[in-house]
Design a protein around this ligand. Structure first.
Ligand code: AHR
Length: 654
């Protein structure tokens, strides 16, 4: 029989329980199809409090008082027992150009404990025992003499408790930067029921500008990321990070696009901007911070450049587009230019003399929404300018399989899919038919959207089924990344369901879909092993009420999805099988064209009792992969696949 890269089902059996055994024959000697080493990556943008209130470890919310023009949101007065003070946003004193307002505090009476301003953080301030926090704030005052402040992290509810406290002082007129560290002892509780407070016991008028407080960060990076969330990402071993969006790249209008130049340098010099998803971005996660995030994960950036189209529907082309093309070229230079180039030198002065790796640049995001039809012209302008200066870069178009650019075909296209589990199960073979002469593919956003805030197990099954198709076709699907990556699970934190990783200020967790990604990306060979299947059971799709009302017919879906890859060097074969049925299935695995088979193998299984089962912030590890040994691997051997399960079977064959 000829080896087949498509999912091949010679007999299919409709619904219901039976003793059917599916045979999977792995053609190990067929090594014609390559697996892309870039297949599994990450996609990121500021959505669902992904950065502010997410991976970016800053604790102070509205740290530069610019979130709301009218009131200092997330800040309150601390008057103590006898204090009298008032606070307003003021434009009379400003730290710098980036800062449009300051918080003006007028203290008319204070007892020895002082009066001050308190910040509630992003749904709380994270208190951890034995922890050092680094912070600073800018203040200016007309009070005479030494300016003495007490900074503290204190309990936020009825029983007052000071978890950490420090005095800072300076003197003289003008803006002063007050830097401090706060340390908690071993006996403080682990809690988010806390506030950050700056107090003074001197009467007078004070103006405050950027206030910042960081807990320890991943790799101790200043202005860095939360270690727990970074560890979840590192465990996925991603090959790339698609940044900075998504719709966040485009903005609602030109002035709210991702303007990378305004995200560089000290955080007090970054004005921030109104993001796309209904809240302001501090831009603490700036371009260099993104790149260092990649460096910390040992992965490459996939840079999306603003392409002259906004979500509001405005676009520019021709000469009017040129400033944005220049901006993109400068952005690339910031990333890969050496220190003798203008923007390479700027990167060095920002603290990173070495260029970053960059091979992939995407022009825009989802430009099929641009109904003016200008994308092919805008794309060609960007493509030609970037290729002329950086011929080594792969340029990605946001749509269009047969999209031509002057002189040839587009290098790569970005396909997006947001679907339900049945949709993904029915289209797991989508790329089997893809024209191998067509452009390579980035599946730059995709997700089974079932479950909120994070996906449930049914979604994980849909994801896994879909991924078998991407992996089997990774000679053309070179890269893929799930979206959105993050969600702050607090009320009001989410704008888009279902998101891969959830968190609050203290804890984080991976959804079942997260574990599917992790299992798939950690067990990947460099050659696709063709599989022939015999007798895969099928079942009817369960329709939701809306579909029933519309009179939609239920589809017949396979119940097993599978893919295998082989690592030519190590001899590992990774067979991934998804069982979407509510009962166990037995599979017979035949190793065709095998070498020396080691009888011991490994099995990693992710399973759930019901499709609705899930992980949550309160039950973060309800569903996690379980590893076990298999002892009876042979030319033909059997494996039981639990109901609702995703299995990775690792065989060792030399
Ligand atoms: O992932 C959420 C959004 O979905 C992205 O910002 C956008 O590109 C897509 O429409």
């Amino acid at each position: 029989m000829l080896a087949c890269f498509c999912t091949s089902v010679s007999k299919a059996q409709e619904r219901g329980r039976s003793k059917t055994v599916t045979s999977l024959t792995l053609h190990l000697e067929d090594t014609t199809r390559e697996v892309s080493p870039m297949l599994y990556g990450l996609m990121t943008e500021e959505i669902n409090h992904a950065y502010d209130g997410g991976i970016y470890a800053e604790i102070i919310r509205n740290r530069s008082f610019q979130d709301n023009e009218k009131s200092p949101d997330y800040w309150s007065l601390c008057l103590g027992e006898n204090g009298q003070a008032a606070m307003i946003l003021s434009r009379e004193e400003r730290l710098n150009e980036a800062s449009k307002v300051a918080l003006k505090l007028t203290v008319t009476s204070a007892d020895s404990k002082g009066v001050g301003i308190a910040n509630t953080g992003y749904w709380g301030v994270p208190v951890h025992p034995n922890t050092q926090y680094k912070g600073f704030f800018y203040a200016k005052t007309n009070a005479p003499g030494l300016h003495l402040f007490t900074v503290s992290i204190e309990n936020d509810s009825t029983a007052p408790a000071v978890y950490a406290s420090k005095k800072v002082s300076d003197s003289g007129a003008g803006w002063k930067k007050y830097e401090f560290t706060l340390k908690t002892t071993g006996d403080v509780p682990r809690t988010s029921d806390a506030k950050f407070i700056i107090r003074t016991a001197q009467t007078g008028t004070y103006w405050f500008s950027t206030c910042s407080l960081f807990p320890p960060t991943y790799n101790d990076r200043p202005n860095g990321n939360r270690p727990d969330i970074m560890q979840l990402l590192a465990d996925m071993k991603p090959a790339f990070l698609r940044l900075p969006g998504g719709n966040f790249l485009e903005g609602g209008k030109f002035s709210t696009r991702y303007d990378w130049k305004k995200t560089l340098g000290p955080i007090e010099n970054r004005p921030g901007h109104m993001g796309t998803w209904g809240y302001r971005s501090s831009d603490g996660m700036g371009l260099l911070d993104y790149l260092q995030w990649c460096e910390d994960l040992h992965c490459e950036p996939l840079l999306a450049v603003f392409a002259g189209y906004t979500l509001g529907g405005d676009h520019l082309e021709g000469q009017l587009l040129q400033p944005f093309i220049d901006e993109a070229l400068e952005e690339i230079e910031y990333i890969i230019g050496d220190v003798h180039t203008k923007w390479g030198a700027r990167r060095a002065s920002d603290g990173h003399p070495a260029p970053f790796p960059l091979r992939y640049v995407e022009v825009g995001n989802e430009d099929f929404f641009d109904r003016s039809g200008s994308y092919n012209r805008r794309f060609a302008q960007f493509y030609n300018a970037i290729k002329q200066k950086y011929p080594q870069l792969t340029i990605i178009s946001t749509f269009g399989k047969d999209f031509d650019v002057p002189g040839g075909k587009v290098d790569m296209i970005d396909d997006h899919f947001y679907r339900n589990a049945a949709d993904f199960e029915s289209s797991a073979t989508y790329y089997d038919q893809y024209d191998r002469k067509g452009p390579k593919v980035l599946v730059g956003e995709w997700a089974t959207r079932e479950g909120s805030p994070t996906p449930n197990f049914n979604a994980a099954l849909g994801d896994a089924a879909w991924l078998t198709g991407l992996e089997r076709n990774s000679d053309v699907v070179l890269m893929s990344c799930y979206a959105p990556l993050f969600v702050n699970v607090n009320p009001g934190g989410m704008q888009w369901k279902s998101d891969l990783i959830g968190y609050n200020v203290l804890n984080s967790y991976g959804s079942p879909s997260y574990y599917v990604q992790r299992m798939f990306s950690n067990h990947l060979g460099n050659k696709v092993v063709p599989i022939d299947a015999d007798t895969v059971m099928t079942q009817l799709e369960v329709l939701n009420e809306k579909d029933v009302a519309k009179g939609r017919e239920a589809r017949v879906l396979p119940t097993l999805f599978y893919v295998a890859t082989r690592d030519a060097k190590s001899g590992h074969v990774y067979l991934k099988i998804v069982n979407t049925m509510s009962h166990e299935q037995l599979v017979k695995i035949n190793l065709d064209g095998h070498g020396k088979i080691q009888s011991k193998g490994t099995k990693i299984v992710l399973k759930a009792d019901a499709p609705s089962a899930t992980n949550s912030i309160d039950d973060p590890t309800h569903i996690i992969p379980v590893r076990s040994e298999i002892k009876d691997v042979d030319k033909d051997f059997e494996q039981k696949l639990p109901a609702y399960s995703v299995s990775v079977i690792q065989l060792n064959i030399n």
